[in-house]
Design a protein around this ligand. Structure first.
Ligand code: ATR
Length: 276
C-alpha cells in the first residue's frame, strides 16, 4: 500500500512541496511513498483531517495558509507548536502536530554561518511567519526587535510569546529606531515583495540600512526580491527564503519516514519548479 503524505491548505496550487518530497522519496528508493496536494476549505478542517487519515491512507500532512492555527483543535500539538501558535506538520499515526518552520529558518541561517547568539536582529512583520521567527531567534540567543506596519499587532504578538514561551528579550520599535542600532541581521517575515508584486519592498525609503547587515527574506518567489537587491546595493548581504522552505520540508520528511532527508535533492527539485 502507498504511504501517502501531502499538504493541506486553501488554495494549495502553487506549492513546491510535492516536487521536493517526491524527488526525495525517489532518491532514497522509497517507491511506496507519495506526496499529494490536498485542498481543504477552512470550514471543514476537522472532517477533512479524519477523512485523509481514516479513508485516504495518509500518514501525515503539511499544513499551510490559512489552516495552520485551525488544525490545532484536532491534533495534539507539541510544546513548540503551542508556543508558536501554529502547526505545519501532522503525523496521523500519533495524531500529533508540530511546527518545522522554526527549525527550517534557524537551520538555514546556521547553514549560512549567521551568528545568532547575542546578535541584534530586526524581524519585519507580526503574522504567523514572524511569530515563528521571533520564537526561534530568541531561543537561539538573539536580541530581537520587531518592526511592523501595525505596531499594536507586534505588541500583541510579543505579549503572547511571553505568556506561551517565556520570551522576554524581544521588543517593538519603529524602523527608524530599530535600524539605528548595531543590527547584524534583518529577517523579512512580511509578504511584501512576493510575486507578482515584485516591485514592492518592506523597507521604508530614506531609512539607511545598518552597516554590513544581512537580510534574510522568507519570501522565495522571486528568488531575488527587491529588498534583497536594496540591501546588496547598500553594501549588505542577502539570502532568499528557499532554504527555509526546503529545510522545514526536510524536517517533516524525517518525522514521516524516519529517514535522513536528502536536503540537496530537495533543493534541486524546488529550484527546478521555481525556474519554470
Ligand atoms: P503570515 O501568517 O504569512 O505571516 P499574515 O499573518 O497575513 O501572514 O502577516 C503578514 C504580515 O505582513 C503582517 O505583519 C503585515 O502587516 P500588518 O500587521 O500591518 O498587516 C505585513 N504586511 C502585509 N502587507 C504589507 C504592506 N503592504 N506593508 C507593510 N507590511 C505589510
Amino acid at each position: 500500500m502507498t504511504n501517502k503524505v501531502g499538504v493541506i491548505g486553501w488554495p494549495v496550487t502553487h506549492s513546491l512541496s510535492p516536487a521536493m518530497h517526491n524527488a526525495a522519496f525517489k532518491a532514497l528508493g522509497l517507491s511506496d511513498w507519495q506526496y499529494e496536494l490536498a485542498p481543504v476549505p477552512p470550514d471543514i478542517v476537522g472532517p477533512s483531517l479524519r477523512m485523509l487519515r481514516d479513508e485516504g491512507g495518509f500518514i501525515g500532512v503539511n499544513v499551510t495558509v490559512p489552516l495552520k492555527e485551525k488544525v490545532m483543535s484536532f491534533v495534539s500539538s507539541d510544546e513548540l507548536a503551542r508556543a508558536v501558535g501554529a502547526v505545519n506538520t501532522i503525523d496521523f499515526r500519533k495524531n500529533t502536530g508540530t511546527n518545522t518552520d522554526v527549525v527550517g529558518l534557524i537551520d538555514d541561517l546556521k547553514a549560512h554561518d549567521i551568528k545568532l547568539e547575542g546578535a541584534k536582529v530586526i524581524v519585519l512583520g507580526a503574522g504567523g511567519a514572524a511569530r515563528a521567527a521571533v520564537y526561534g531567534l530568541a531561543k537561539a540567543g538573539a536580541q530581537v526587535t520587531v518592526v511592523n506596519r501595525t505596531q499594536q499587532k507586534a505588541q500583541v504578538m510579543l505579549a503572547d510569546l511571553t505568556i506561551s514561551a517565556g520570551i522576554r528579550s524581544a521588543d517593538v520599535k519603529t524602523l527608524d529606531e530599530a535600524a539605528e542600532e548595531d543590527v547584524s541581521l534583518i529577517v523579512n517575515c512580511t509578504s511584501v515583495g512576493l510575486w507578482p508584486k515584485v516591485d514592492e519592498s518592506p523597507w521604508i525609503t530614506g531609512v539607511p540600512f545598518p552597516n554590513d547587515v544581512t537580510v534574510y527574506d522568507t519570501v522565495y518567489r522571486p528568488e531575488r526580491t527587491l529588498l534583497m537587491q536594496q540591501v546588496e546595493a547598500n553594501g549588505g548581504q542577502a539570502i532568499g527564503g528557499l532554504g527555509m522552505l526546503v529545510r522545514q520540508g526536510a524536517a517533516a520528511f524525517k518525522i514521516w519516514t524516519q529517514q535522513a532527508p536528502p536536503v540537496e535533492v530537495m533543493f534541486e527539485a524546488a529550484r527546478a519548479v521555481l525556474a519554470k
